[in-house]
Write a protein that binds this ligand. Sequence first.
Ligand SMILES: [Zn+2]
Ligand SMILES: [Zn+2]
Length: 330
Amino acid sequence: MEWFNDCVAVGIDLVLLGFCVREYVNCKRTFRVLKAAPQYNIDGQLKSVVEKQPGKKVPYAVIRGTVTPIGDPLQGSLNGVLQIVKLHEHRIIRGIAGLWRENHNLIHESPNEMPFELRNQQNGVEIVDAMKTSFLDVDMVYDNYERSTLSIFDYICGFFSGSLERGFPTTEDLLKDGRLLTAIGELELNGNTLRMQPSQKGPLLLTTATKFMIIKRLEEANRENILKLLVCSTISVILIAYVVRKIYKRRNKKIEEAEIHNRLETERRMDRPVILSQDQLCVVCSSNPKEIILLPCGHVCLCEDCSQKISNTCPVCRGKIVSKAAAFIV
Ligand SMILES: [Zn+2]
Ligand SMILES: [Zn+2]
């Protein structure tokens, strides 16, 4: 159990360290590709610039323009091009320590999108697969909470089962027309249309922030990640050093114990009386004297040699052996 706890502690810390390393590497890579990504104005020159690139593609580019639907915008009280309706289930759940905590489960998500582009006066770039963005700036335009009506029976059942329903929050997020957005992704000239789509170089981003602001945020996130890495790796080193020291100490103790045991055994064998009555002999081998007391039954019936081989039940009364000690009969 003692080793199990140590292994669990080291395991959890190593998993956390793994997450920190992954977050740091991802953040650093995004920062590097974003910093190197060229920023283009959406104007009459953009098509010819992209046309000159290999495969008529810029692998990772930054553009900024106004959200404009291609066709009719989504119907609703507000005009938008991208709508995400989410229905959650709100429960309170009893945790391991017996404390109740809030829990929100997504039970339904309904995305709805229509073609749109980022425009600057007469020129535009179509945004493809906007739902695949890693970061999407949208406005919450609807937020409703439908409280559950519970009977006393529901409360009693919930108390014993450790899970009690509270209600159903519904939210609606909308990317509105006319929003000034920065889009970062692969810029491609397809026929006569400029398109921005998910890139293999980095995540597709749709945000109100400028490139400068995103880089600044990533720098801050990088600093936080380095701090997390330092804390996690320090804890790992301390934990591993503690476990190694414990193993080393235990190994030394075992070697010492074995040495003492061997010495005592040799001394005892040398001191054994040559002539013994039947009552004084070990009940198993009938050749050595009785030297060990079995506890808790208290029978002194075994010699040192036989006590090494018998560890479960007393050969006299069949009682369970909890511990053994040297018996000195004078
Ligand atoms: Zn014996
Ligand atoms: Zn016994």
